[in-house]
Design a protein around this ligand. Structure first.
Ligand SMILES: Cc1cc2nc3c(=O)[nH]c(=O)nc-3n(C[C@H](O)[C@H](O)[C@H](O)COP(=O)(O)OP(=O)(O)OC[C@H]3O[C@@H](n4cnc5c(N)ncnc54)[C@H](O)[C@@H]3O)c2cc1C
Length: 404
């Protein structure tokens, strides 16, 4: 843990300090590729963490420097430019952020370091009959007595779980009380994935990939001390975890891997390459696309300030929805620029292949982390103050709720 609070350092001094530290500890030719030894990765992440560069906005007690977002950006820009892995975990490591924000001191002591040095977590929220309506989860958690608060026996089924293979922890939503209304009987656990009773089955996608999994959990165990937040208080924890997920998606973290960002927006470059920049109608569409991105960036700043102050923010939904619209819209403009050539695919037709990839990937943002329709519901109810959607089962004991 960092002992000193260096929050007053100027941006220039901070950049010089970090570059000097990297010169001493980092090889700019180094890459973290698939297959890089886990221990080696963990040891590097540990050094970065102890130097205070992994989670700079967190408190010194928990590996941070209490930096503001501008100072964090200075660090992020340098780490990104020098291709250092393990950067900005206070933004991108959902599991660790959730534990930091809402976990007990005991849980932070037990797990934070592990979670920040390579133990990755997956999200065990969705179930076959509980996706948009996560408050309807039916995975059950039954308490049994034992030392240190006892443990819970978990039985149920989860679906669409990304990155489950190799995950150390699952951020698990399970029902601990069936006699109260649906939102009030859920608990949020950090569930150890590597144990008997956890069966991870990949779902084969039409693309040939299998990013998702179905998880069958049969009497697996989680210590009571791994509860995040309060027993039966999982709904509140979930709201914060989802807000962070939406923040990441709202910032456009779903961009094509390896896409190089230049000062000229990629769509403009595409239009230039294909000799379409003279087209007045297209220019208007390009200007609108760029304006949407700028507007969304400003909105995300507003959301971030709110989440830092209040722990949660409904404005995240606006950002996530906007990014979904932006990605679908930009893919349409790209198709228009390419014309009939957009039907080609493969390595000989890079622009078309990228456009096809972006069109398909846009659906990830409009479904994962809560669909566009659900974001619209949240915006209408929590931001615009419109009447709540009718929910007949909202106040009845969950045991009496009918399920198909
Ligand atoms: C790329 C990706 C990654 C994902 N990763 C994970 C993961 O790691 N862990 C995890 O737990 N889940 C994950 N999911 C699942 C995702 O969270 C769910 O797919 C999503 O919440 C929708 O739930 P559902 O698929 O059950 O659809 P349903 O809830 O059945 O919804 C079907 C349709 O009805 C609409 N709808 C439902 N209720 C309402 C309503 N009240 N008002 C208006 N429209 C409504 C929805 O918008 C949708 O169009 C992932 C999904 C994707 C696409």
């Amino acid at each position: 843990m960092m002992a000193s609070n260096t929050a007053r350092i100027s941006n220039d001094d901070l950049a010089a300090e970090l570059n000097a530290w990297l010169d001493a500890h980092w090889d700019d030719e180094r890459r973290c590729e698939k297959g890089t030894d886990r221990l080696e990765v963990g040891s590097w992440l540990g050094r970065l963490l102890d130097a205070g560069y992994s989670v700079p906005t967190w408190s010194p007690q928990w590996f941070g420097r209490e930096y503001d977002s501008r100072q964090a950006r200075v660090i992020d820009d340098i780490l990104k430019a020098r291709k250092v892995f393990g950067r900005s975990q206070d933004r991108y490591n959902l599991g660790a952020v959730t534990v930091y924000r809402l976990g007990s001191e005991q849980l932070k002591s037990a797990l934070l370091r592990e979670m920040l040095t390579g133990a990755h977590s997956c999200l065990l929220y969705s179930e076959p009959n509980a996706g948009s309506d996560l408050a309807g989860v039916r995975t059950k958690a039954e308490w049994v007595a034992g030392p240190d608060g006892g443990e819970y026996i978990i039985t149920g089924r989860k679906v669409w779980t990304s990155n489950a293979k190799g995950a150390t922890y699952g951020m698990l939503l399970a029902r601990t009380d069936w006699d109260v209304p649906k939102h009030s009987g859920i608990t949020f656990f950090l569930f150890p994935m590597q144990q008997a009773g956890v069966d991870i089955r990949p779902i084969n996608q039409i693309t040939g990939e299998s990013e998702f999994n179905e998880i069958f959990i049969n009497e697996a165990r989680v210590p009571a001390r791994n509860i995040v937040g309060e027993l039966n208080g999982g709904w509140k924890v979930l709201q914060t975890a989802l807000a962070y997920e939406r923040l990441i998606m709202g910032e456009g973290a779903t961009e094509r891997q390896g896409k190089v960002k230049s000062k000229v927006p990629p769509l403009v470059e595409l239009a230039q390459r294909h000799g379409k920049l003279g087209d007045a109608v297209l220019r208007q569409k390009l200007a609108q696309a760029i304006a949407y991105r700028q507007l969304n960036a400003l909105n995300m700043k507003r959301a971030k300030a709110e989440i830092i102050a209040n722990g949660s923010s409904s404005i995240m939904s606006l950002g996530k929805l906007a990014m979904s619209r932006i990605q679908h819209g930009e893919a349409r403009i790209a198709a228009e620029i390419l014309g009939p050539a957009s039907l080609f695919d493969g390595s000989d037709f890079k622009d078309s292949a990228d456009m096809n990839f972006d069109s398909a990937k846009a659906y990830m943002n409009s479904i994962g982390g809560g669909s566009d329709q659900i974001q619209r519901n949240i915006i209408s109810e929590r931001i615009l103050g419109l009447p709540r959607e009718i929910e007949v089962d909202r106040n009845m004991p969950f045991r009496e709720v009918k399920s198909g």
